[in-house]
Write a protein that binds this ligand. Structure first.
Ligand SMILES: Nc1ncnc2c1ncn2[C@@H]1O[C@H](COP(=O)(O)OP(=O)(O)OP(=O)(O)O)[C@@H](O)[C@H]1O
Length: 679
């Protein structure tokens, strides 16, 4: 009779017995014992994954084997402890990262490495090694353990913090390994050792930020077996958050498998085991359900990115608060989000009340990207979406450098009128009452680039008002559907921030005369704007001024024109204004123009707008650079660049042309004579 070939069950059984013998035998070395335990655990894992055994059974077996296994792991004796088996452990850990959807091993490199006992044993081992051996360990990629402290230094296990590491310090190895060199370490040990490499930390303040790269395998899966081990003597010192960079990443549990969750109820055992409950840095267990973020929130844990985010937010808030009492303007035109998005790191300014004395309480509310921003709670803003308020604060409210009347060349009549009817009343509302009360809407019209925006900023600046600047075309184009709400929100925030100046560039596109093909949303925005303007006009308490600017005054709707009671023509700069612009700009440069030469430039630039004059000066200032020719621009000293001379202006005048046609000028003149309020 032929002996039957052994079945796979028989093979499994014999392997099981061999392993059992190995770890019960007195003659087995600790390494053999550890291998045997690992093999058994592996076997249980696979059996569990294949549904060959029940979860309860697997959990019990895990517990049993991990108990014994941990006795070896936990040994303080560096001769028989894990150190001798580290290579095998790591190989095992990596090999178990399979793609099985139902099962993911807990024995990841990260999980094993984050055990305090593992770290301690590895350190003990190092102490036993000679310098020569240490060098050998470097060759195989095992650096001395360092981790990042909260203050940005790398702290050795012995508590010293001698490396402010941008670099990896390895005992016995003179040159430090830079982070980018990590990839050069190729052995299995080296790859595992990556987990301990200090990371560049110059830009992060939180210890947790150091953790992120440590788990680059991205499989920080937590499961019962490791927890079992940690609770049977290997429990991490979870309170020492500043002592170890590792535990905080324990929050990365998003990939825990469903079967682990289902096991939760039975996780706390009589022997005190806590299954599947990672311990956070404060020694509390994480909430099981929810995403990583939720878990982080629940534990107070923040990732580096989150911490940076919060820090940035605080910083900008602080800056903005300093600016808030006297908001001014910037040289950058705001276009309601069309221009550049400063995002959540932008200059958010809490809309703190100013001179109206309202001491409104502020509450923390959620906004973009779950960043916490301070949102005002005020009657005037209660129906406004927080995101709109934030957008207005970031994109429309202007915080640039102050503008003085002297910065605006020419336009003397307009300046004098504005001072008289707007700035003074804003400064002294008690005197300018009744008939003297200021207008709520004015219109600045004229060719492009003549300083209308500058004047708007200057009004706000000189009257101590908050300056809101938007481009009307962005309301009708980008904010289709939202534009109407935005107009309402804008006036609400301005009311809250009063005294306020709302500068609306290209107001013609918002208040153009009604046409048959007019889009419904544009019509609604216009209506809303007129309603708000009326509200501002009729409410004598509100100190809001709407300044509209346009290059096409003839297109403005009649109804709107009536509401913008003061219509001021801002013409092209005359000769003296052009001279003022050139003199002002050249005074900041290395320039050797004589008085006569400046006069000649002014003469030659007849018909130029203020913006054209600025462009002319810019072009001329490049002359000295262009004349360098053979000299290497990368090595030249600033002193070697010659001063700007008349020749440079002469050349510039050949390329810079006036941007306003005489035909257009006639149109402005005509409209000014009909509707303008100038002389
Ligand atoms: N009167 C002026 N005095 C000094 N600089 C001026 C003057 N006018 C224009 N400029 C220069 O031109 C730039 C553009 O001016 P500004 O934006 O105020 O013109 P604008 O009339 O609002 O133009 P647009 O109608 O195209 O919006 C200013 O930043 C400034 O450098």
């Amino acid at each position: 009779m032929q002996p039957s070939s052994p079945s796979s069950d028989d093979i499994h059984l014999s392997e099981w017995q061999m392993n059992h013998f190995a770890y019960t035998s007195d003659t087995s070395t600790p390494g053999q014992k550890a291998d045997a335990y690992r093999a058994q655990i592996l076997r249980i894992q696979y059996a569990w994954a294949n549904s060959e055994i029940s979860q309860v059974c697997a959990a019990n077996l895990f517990k049993k084997y991990a108990d014994k296994y941990s006795a070896i792991l936990d040994s303080d004796n560096p001769e028989i402890g894990l150190n001798n088996c580290a290579e095998n452990i790591l190989t095992l850990a990596r090999s178990q990262q399979n793609e099985n959807d139902k099962w993911q091993s807990a024995l990841t490199t990260a999980n094993v490495m984050e055990l305090k006992c593992v770290q301690e044993m590895m350190q003990n081992s190092e102490m036993f090694r000679s310098d020569k051996e240490a060098t050998a360990s470097v060759a195989s990629g095992l650096p001395k353990l360092t981790h990042c402290s909260g203050d940005g230094k790398s702290v050795h296990r012995d508590g010293s913090s001698d490396c402010t590491s941008q670099e990896l310090h390895i005992p016995g190895q003179a040159p430090a390994l830079k982070p980018h060199q990590f990839g050069m370490l190729s052995s299995a040990k080296a790859r595992a050792a990556h987990s301990f490499l200090p990371v560049p930390i110059s830009e992060v303040s939180d210890i947790t930020s150091c953790v992120t790269p440590l788990f680059r395998d991205g499989e920080s899966v937590f499961s019962s077996s490791l927890t079992l081990m940690s609770n049977s003597g290997l429990k991490q010192n979870s309170s020492s958050s500043t002592q170890s960079a590792f535990p905080s990443e324990m929050g990365n549990l998003g990939k825990r498998k469903a079967f682990l969750v289902s096991n939760e109820e039975s996780s706390t055992t009589s022997s005190g085991f806590i299954l599947n409950k990672p311990v956070n840095t404060e020694g509390k267990t994480f909430a099981r359900s929810g995403s990583k973020n939720n878990e982080n929130k629940a534990s107070g844990f923040k990732t580096a990115k989150e911490q940076l985010w919060v820090d940035q937010q605080k910083k900008h808030q602080h800056q903005s608060e300093r600016l808030a009492p006297f908001p001014s303007s910037s040289s950058t035109k705001k276009t309601l989000g069309l221009s550049r998005s400063r995002g959540v790191f932008g200059k958010f300014v809490p809309p703190t009340p100013k001179q109206d004395g309202n001491e409104n309480t502020e509450t923390q509310c959620k906004s973009y990207g779950s960043t916490e921003v301070t949102c005002p709670t005020d009657e005037r803003l209660k129906n406004i979406e927080p995101k709109m308020i934030e957008l207005i604060m970031q994109e429309i409210m202007d915080h640039g450098p102050p503008v003085n009347w002297d910065d605006i060349a020419g336009v003397e009549f307009a300046k004098a009128t504005i001072k008289e009817i707007i700035v003074w009343p804003m400064l002294r509302p008690d005197i300018f009452t009744g008939l003297r009360s200021p207008p709520k809407g004015i219109l600045l019209f004229g060719p492009p680039g003549t300083g209308k925006t500058l004047i708007g900023k200057c009004i706000a600046c000189q009257s101590g008002a908050t300056f809101f600047s938007i481009s009307a075309s962005s309301l009708t184009s980008k904010w289709v559907g939202e534009g109407e709400k935005m107009v309402r929100a804008l006036f609400a925030v301005a009311r809250f921030q009063q005294p306020a100046v709302i500068f609306i560039d290209e107001i013609d596109s918002l208040l153009s005369q009604r046409a048959d093909g007019e889009h419904e949303s544009s019509r609604r925005i216009k209506t809303e704007f007129l309603v708000q303007l009326d509200g501002a006009t009729t409410s004598s308490e509100d100190r809001i001024l709407v300044v509209g600017a346009t290059n096409r005054p003839q297109e403005i709707d009649e109804a709107a024109r009536r509401r913008l009671v003061k219509r001021l023509y801002i013409p092209l700069p005359d000769a003296s204004a052009r001279k003022q612009i050139v003199t002002c700009l050249m005074s900041k440069e290395n320039c050797s123009l004589t008085e006569e030469e400046i006069d000649l430039i002014v003469k030659k630039s007849d018909g130029f707008s203020g913006a054209d004059m600025t462009q002319l000066c810019r072009e001329a200032s490049l002359g000295p650079i262009r004349s360098l020719q053979s000299i290497d621009i990368t090595t030249i000293a600033p002193e070697q660049v010659r001063s700007i001379v008349f020749q440079d202006f002469d050349s510039a005048l050949k390329t810079v042309r006036p941007s306003v046609s005489s035909k257009d000028l006639e149109l402005y003149d005509t409209w000014n004579q009909t509707f303008g309020c100038g002389r």
